[in-house]
Design a protein around this ligand. Structure first.
Ligand code: HAM
Length: 419
């Protein structure tokens, strides 16, 4: 449906239009993310909008819901299969390898604020184009890094005034200990195989772990074995270190033994931030360790860990909008000749670093003052015939109504309004 009932174009289903009042909240969110990530010494990356489809097939995983059902994939005129990025981790891993970033330092920490695209059924908190910020630490095997990542997300949410976040953590083990877990999972699933959905029947032989995040078969998995019961000593030690580091940081967590997350690259630590206010889409963010991905993509054996947070979801949890900041000056002019002088003055004010505006619709003085109020101007400058002849302007402080005559040169005006 491209049109509304009045035959006007509307936005594409699942995309979001952000109007000025909401844009203020977005800007605030972005500033706080940047400030915190840079305090944690993560460096910004900017990712392309689309990548070769193969990148996601290989790294996010062929059997994931994301790759099987949600990607926006298209062929360009050169016959290449391209995909609008549904997540940031594979592009970051690609950039890390493509630019040999490892050579700069053995631990590379990145963050990004990006649009993502997933063809899901839109509902509150779930869109087809959404924004997320992510953080990736490539090169560290330590649980200290996992705890640092978790803490950075909590700091950001805290500074945004978001209360009531619950942190779920788990360990899904490494490829070594997963062998036994998969064996037990298959044993559990085998008798139920006929009742599973077609995708899960397929996953049973290709990637049984992915059955655990199937939305259709969720109820049949209540008593399924969980990875935590099968992790090796090394993974067990890593998980207990993670808990210790979180305790040091006074971060409250819940061990959720069923948490596996829906992407193929995870090993050991997985975590999610959830909030009950979000209803069905209660996951604000999530991530985990992906120790095998860089090697899998052709690099050296390099441990890594990261997370991403849905910014549209954070926005739903943020307290009321801060007020839109008003402008410094609104110039009110009382006749045509004054209007030209006012227009030149406007330009000088802007050059001087003040936010300023004036009427350009030929409105009455009363309407111009109404507009100055609407724009929440701190000052108005009034210019009429008398002021013009005497080389002055009237300067009015809107909050108090105080008015004063000032010489009309820009330096005198700037001197008055700078305080
Ligand atoms: P993800 O859990 O697939 O993880 O997505 C991250 C966050 O994006 C989710 O927690 C959710 O808040 C938000 N999100 C996902 N889909 C939608 C949607 N359709 N509409 C609105 N928000 C959505 C990843 O993407 C991993 N790359 C995270 C990661 C980084 N793991 C390691 N490093």
């Amino acid at each position: 449906m491209k049109m509304d009932s009045n035959n006007k174009f509307i936005n594409v289903k699942g995309t979001r239009d952000i109007l000025p009042e909401e844009a203020v909240m977005w800007r605030r969110m972005e500033e706080i993310i940047r400030k915190n990530m840079e305090n944690y010494n993560y460096k910004e990356l900017r990712l392309p909008t689309f990548e070769y489809t193969e990148l996601f097939r290989k790294s996010t995983g062929e059997d994931t819901e994301l790759v099987q059902k949600q990607m926006y994939t298209f062929q360009d005129k050169g016959g290449r299969s391209l995909t609008l990025k549904p997540e940031g981790t594979p592009p970051v891993a690609r950039m890390y390898l493509q630019y040999g970033l490892k050579n700069k330092s053995p631990l590379q920490k990145f963050y990004y604020i990006e649009r993502m695209f997933r063809q899901e059924k839109p509902q509150k908190g779930r869109y087809r184009e959404f924004s997320s910020y992510g953080a990736e630490a490539i090169g560290s095997a330590s649980a200290e890094t996992d705890a640092e990542l978790i803490k950075s997300a909590l700091d950001i949410m805290d500074e945004l005034g978001i209360k009531g976040i619950e942190l779920n953590i788990n360990s899904i083990g490494c490829p070594k200990c997963r062998v036994e877990f998969i064996k037990q999972l298959k044993k559990f699933l085998e008798p139920k195989l006929d009742s599973l959905c077609e995708d899960c029947k397929q996953r049973f032989s290709t990637n049984p772990l992915r059955i655990m995040d199937c939305k259709v078969d969720k109820d049949k998995l209540t008593d399924a074995p969980v990875p935590l019961d099968y992790i090796c000593d090394d993974c067990e030690m890593h998980f207990s270190m993670l808990k210790k580091y979180l305790d040091y940081l006074n971060v409250h967590y819940v061990v959720n033994r069923k948490l596996v997350r829906g992407l193929d690259y995870y090993t050991k630590t997985v975590f999610e931030f959830v909030h009950s206010k979000l209803g069905a889409q209660d996951e604000v963010g999530g991530g985990g360790r992906y120790d095998g991905l860089i090697k899998f993509m052709g690099g050296e054996d390099t441990p890594a860990s990261g997370y991403a947070v849905g910014m549209d979801r954070m926005l739903l949890l943020m307290p009321e909008a801060p007020k839109h900041k008003g402008i410094d000056v609104f110039v009110v002019t009382l006749d045509k000749e004054s209007d030209i002088i006012g227009w030149k003055l406007l330009s000088l004010l802007r050059e001087g670093g003040f936010s300023a505006d004036k009427d350009s619709l030929g409105r009455s003085m009363k309407a111009q003052f109404r507009e100055a109020d609407r724009q929440d101007a701190t000052w108005t400058i009034i210019i009429g015939e008398e002021e013009r002849e005497r080389g002055v302007v009237q300067l009015k402080k809107m909050e108090t109504g105080e008015q004063k005559e000032v010489p009309s040169d820009i330096e005198s005006i700037k001197e008055e309004i700078k305080c």
